[in-house]
Design a protein around this ligand. Structure first.
Ligand code: ASC
Length: 151
């Protein structure tokens, strides 16, 4: 029952265009870092599976892919106006994000589309589809990091 309710809430908020949306500015950095950490953990598990380092069954692939897809929405709810990170962290969000907002939003959409394809493929047990979408999502991660993350 709880799962059904959470599922319904997620679907309702996805339909509204965003999963979370209300992130206080003073928690935005922590919020997006946390979502990206969770995304990276699940994405890394799928990557390890594709490399043959670990073996995930279909259910585990599907749940990890769903986490990646959901986090690709949550993470961006934390990139709210005026919250670049100081570069002293080494992996800060560059101020250019907010100067090139349309470009950043386009990258965000590309990532979310790729992670949605990853989740769909994983739910269908489509190994080739998982591989393709994983590669596309990874490219999306990298493109945004190259452009907007302090190296
Ligand atoms: C990860 C992770 C990233 C991306 C990126 C893909 O697992 O933590 O930042 O994948 O390396 O190119």
């Amino acid at each position: 029952m709880k799962k059904v309710l959470i599922g319904a809430a997620v679907l309702a908020s996805l339909a509204a265009g965003s999963v979370a949306a209300q992130v206080p500015a003073d928690r935005a950095v922590k919020y997006r870092q946390s979502a990206l950490t969770v995304m990276s953990t699940s994405f890394g598990r799928i990557g390890a599976h594709l490399k043959g380092d670990i073996k995930l069954d279909n259910a585990a692939l599907a749940s990890n892919a769903e986490v990646v897809s959901l986090m690709s929405h949550y993470a961006f709810d934390g990139f709210i106006q005026g919250t670049p990170q100081p570069s002293t962290t080494g992996k800060g969000a560059k101020a250019e994000i907010w100067k090139e907002w349309d470009k950043f939003k386009k990258m965000q959409g590309d990532l979310q589309a790729a992670t949605a394809r990853l989740s769909t493929a994983a739910k269908a047990g489509d190994a080739e589809g998982i591989k393709t979408a994983f590669g596309e999502a990874g490219k999306s991660c990298k493109a945004c990091h190259d452009a907007y993350r302090d190296q």
